[in-house]
Design a protein around this ligand. Structure first.
Ligand code: FAD
Length: 447
């Protein structure tokens, strides 16, 4: 590994962007290091806060979700090693660790991707408040803020208006950046092993155990070569397209069982092992070869939902995290039933369709969109619970947990978000009849 004498340099803080392809933030850090003729240290911090309890009384992150991220980190570390660099992993409080690193290296720059959720924004704000040199780069949407046909702070609240404005005349998505093939030298990190010994050792010992995956899973990761990380993400993207699955997506996307009814891109998008622009480009290339149809269009349509929730975060920020959300009525007085919440979490509501979904979630850490909608609606509209408790339960368990999409969808279904119809109750009996007509899903997840 090439290393460079100490002195100020650039610390690249990996967050939800564990990849080397289409990486504008890392690219920008590399360019900064080149301009300053200095080193670059890639860092990942296992945040202690993810080990804490939620206000609802359960752990914030399941061992499965940790294991999925760990796989992505292993893959990233291997790729950086191949470029004569290194992924420096620590565990603790991100702000404290980054301040220690920056000071150790005499006021080095910290570069990272921008994340517009309050918890993540607070980290960056604290670094800036401490007068550190911080550069954030927005990169998780299909479009760049400057390419939107409206000011980013004025993004339409309604999805349809948003989409129609973007599609007129055509959506402007930049090509993904090529994969990074060389890295600046590393600094001398020997002294860090004394300064930050506890944090380095804590990261070493936080290695997640091999996950136990239920073979009934619609996303049988770990069992079938599906792993967290960029290598597996790109292989899966290519598999999805080479099997011509984009041509039938719209017909199958409401499925509940099996691997191929939907793209299954979300677990990789969530850790940033796959960039949304890379996925978009793959669909465009597919259309050029095999032709466009309603299904290929609809994959892009869903990726726009993902984007919309991101832009709404930039516009509304912490309001999306209040129980009343964007509503001007204060509905905080609305009751929350801890008993009903417990029944929902433990798959003991007595409704076979709902309980089947809750079992699938905790056994596999993945769920179809259809079941997510049903489970969320049932908790909010049938069991009379606070939607934020449900969002927290999903955050703990889903390996594709994405702060924007999770918060956004829960708030939307609660009726306090941007749904023009003001909340959606799904009738679980009708849903079971429509989407599980022969009861095979309920049978699969009876226990
Ligand atoms: P596909 O149907 O193949 O869709 C392709 C991609 O489009 C997805 O990977 C995703 O990036 C995007 N997408 C599809 N539907 C949505 C949607 N409703 N909102 C935003 N983006 C969408 N998705 C997450 O990635 N992380 C979450 O934490 C999350 N929490 C959710 C919570 C609730 C209550 C609901 C109703 C939905 C949630 N979703 C979440 C959205 C959606 O259910 C998943 O993205 C999808 O099921 C993932 O499977 P897939 O990749 O096969 O999706």
């Amino acid at each position: 590994m090439s290393s460079h004498p100490s002195g100020p340099g650039v610390i690249y803080w990996f967050r939800n962007d564990l990849r080397l392809h289409d990486q504008p933030a890392l690219q920008s850090a590399i360019e900064l290091a080149q301009k300053l003729q200095t080193w670059l240290l890639p860092v990942y911090i296992h945040d202690d806060a993810l080990d804490a309890q939620t206000p609802w009384g359960f752990a914030r992150t399941s061992p499965q979700r940790k294991a999925w991220t760990q796989m992505a980190l292993q893959d990233l570390a291997q790729q950086l090693n191949a470029l004569h660099s290194q992924l420096f992993q620590l565990k603790g409080k991100p702000v404290e660790i980054l301040m220690a690193l920056s000071h150790h290296f005499q006021g080095s720059w910290i570069v990272c991707e921008d994340i517009a959720a309050p918890f993540e924004q607070a980290h960056v704000q604290q670094l800036k408040d401490a007068q550190l040199k911080v550069q954030t780069v927005w990169q998780s949407t299909l479009m760049r803020p400057a390419d939107l046909p409206f000011d980013v702070r004025k993004v339409p609240d309604q999805f349809t208006t948003f989409r129609q404005l973007l599609e007129r005349p055509t959506i402007l998505v930049q090509d993904p950046l090529p994969v990074i093939t060389s890295m600046p030298p590393l600094p001398d990190v020997k002294a860090l092993h004394t300064h930050l010994k506890a944090q380095i050792e804590a990261a070493d010992s936080s290695t997640a155990k091999e996950p136990k995956i239920d073979p009934r899973s619609a996303f049988p990761w770990g069992l079938s070569g599906l792993k967290g990380g960029e290598t597996s993400a790109l292989a899966h993207l290519s598999h999805y397209c080479s099997n011509k699955l984009p041509s039938t997506y719209k017909l199958t996307r409401n499925g509940l069982m099996g691997f191929e009814y939907s793209t299954k891109w979300s677990p990789w998008l969530a850790t940033g092992a796959l960039s949304a622009r890379q996925a978009w480009a793959a669909i465009k290339a597919y259309e050029a070869t095999h032709g466009a149809n309603h299904s290929t269009y609809w994959i892009g349509f869903e990726l726009l939902w993902r984007d919309h929730f991101r832009w709404l975060h930039l516009k509304h920020g912490h309001k999306l995290y209040r129980r009343q959300g964007l509503s001007t009525e204060t509905r905080v007085h609305k009751a929350h039933s801890p008993e009903n919440f417990e029944a929902w979490c433990t798959a003991k509501t007595g409704h076979p369709f709902i309980d089947a979904g809750m079992r699938e979630l905790t056994s596999t850490s993945y769920l179809s969109n259809r079941m997510r909608q049903n489970l969320a609606s049932y908790l909010i509209h049938d069991l009379g619970c606070d939607w934020r408790a449900g969002a927290a339960w999903f955050e703990t368990h889903l390996i594709d947990f994405d702060v924007y999409s999770n918060q956004g969808n829960w708030l939307y279904l609660s009726g306090c978000g941007t749904d023009p119809r003001g909340g959606r109750r799904f009738n679980p009996d009708k849903q079971a009849r429509d989407y599980d007509p022969d009861g095979s899903y309920r049978a699969l997840w009876r226990h």
